[in-house]
Design a protein around this ligand. Structure first.
Ligand SMILES: CC/C=C\C/C=C\C/C=C\CC/C=C/CC(=O)SCCNC(=O)CCNC(=O)[C@H](O)C(C)(C)COP(=O)(O)OP(=O)(O)OC[C@H]1O[C@@H](n2cnc3c(N)ncnc32)[C@H](O)[C@@H]1OP(=O)(O)O
Length: 243
């Protein structure tokens, strides 16, 4: 599955809706046993949640958007398919989350590409299920420091921390992703699927049990004037950076 929503593959409500529909189709297709996620936009895997969806909109919109984000995560983290992230560009916040939900992450070894959960830098808080997914990948200590600092790690640092499993030159990315997929698909599906489910169940169940509460927390948090101000300033900063 190739993300193609220029300029930066931000995860808008439309993007997420289309993504979930596409994923559901693949999940229901018995001939499809695995998916490789990558980007068709040069230098960007995904810039994370579309900030404009969280800024200056109604409470109803924030709730609808957050339900869609939850749905995307539940489908991806709970997928029965083998999922491989071929990270061919920067991948902050929600973009990093997509990579973290996969079974294996391969990143292009370009020192300009960064990845991480940088929410704290925007003055917002990564929700518990982002945090849980991160902890399950890199462990508690690395996640705690990285989340508090809102760190965006270079590809080599991300590899050192275990945030990505492998680094490759750009030209080798697709070949490597296909080789990893073949290795994972060589196992019987039922054994791999049950093992994956066992490893992830507690974290998935936690969101399912608290889904509406999480939506309310998000809506209350994001609609605070202080948070709206932080997001507006962040968007301004992104625009100024270009001038
Ligand atoms: C106590 C707590 C209780 C409860 C808490 C409950 C809930 C939790 C609450 C909130 C959690 C919300 C979670 C959010 C997760 C996210 O994903 S937030 C998004 C974070 N993303 C980023 O920080 C990335 C920002 N972008 C960049 O750093 C760069 O754009 C990037 C490196 C990706 C690419 O750089 P470059 O190629 O130079 O491109 P530009 O910077 O020039 O960008 C091009 C245009 O795209 C716009 N843009 C970039 N990113 C986004 C985005 N994420 N959303 C919307 N728009 C974006 C950028 O402004 C440019 O627009 P322009 O052309 O100027 O119009």
């Amino acid at each position: 599955m190739k993300f193609k929503s220029p300029p930066v593959n931000s995860l808008s409500l439309d993007f997420i809706t289309e993504f979930c529909i596409g994923l559901e189709k693949l999940e229901n297709n018995r001939e499809c046993r695995g998916v490789i996620f990558t980007s068709a936009v040069p230098n960007i895997f995904s810039s994370g949640l579309d900030i404009t969806e969280m800024c200056g909109k109604s409470m109803e919109h924030y709730a609808e958007f957050w339900r869609a984000v939850q749905e995307m995560w539940l489908r991806l983290y709970g997928s029965n398919m083998v999922t491989v992230a071929a990270v061919n560009g920067s991948s902050p916040a929600g973009g990093c989350l997509i990579a973290l939900t996969c079974d294996y992450r391969i990143m292009v070894e370009n020192p300009k590409f960064v990845i991480g959960l940088n929410e704290a830098q925007l003055g917002i808080v990564a929700p518990f299920w982002f945090k849980d997914t991160f902890v399950n990948t890199v462990g508690h200590r690395v996640a705690e420091r990285s989340l508090q600092l809102g760190s965006l790690h270079s590809a080599s640092e991300a590899h050192r921390l275990g945030l990505v499993d492998e680094l490759v030159p750009e030209v080798k990315l697709q070949e490597k992703a296909a080789a990893v997929m073949a290795q994972w698909l060589a196992l019987p599906d039922h054994a791999r699927q049950l093992t994956k489910s066992m490893m992830r169940k507690a974290v998935l169940d936690r969101l399912v049990a608290h889904r509406e509460e999480d939506v309310q927390n998000f809506v209350n948090f994001i609609s605070k004037e202080s948070i709206q101000k932080s997001l507006r300033m962040y968007m301004e900063m992104l625009k100024k950076k270009k001038r």
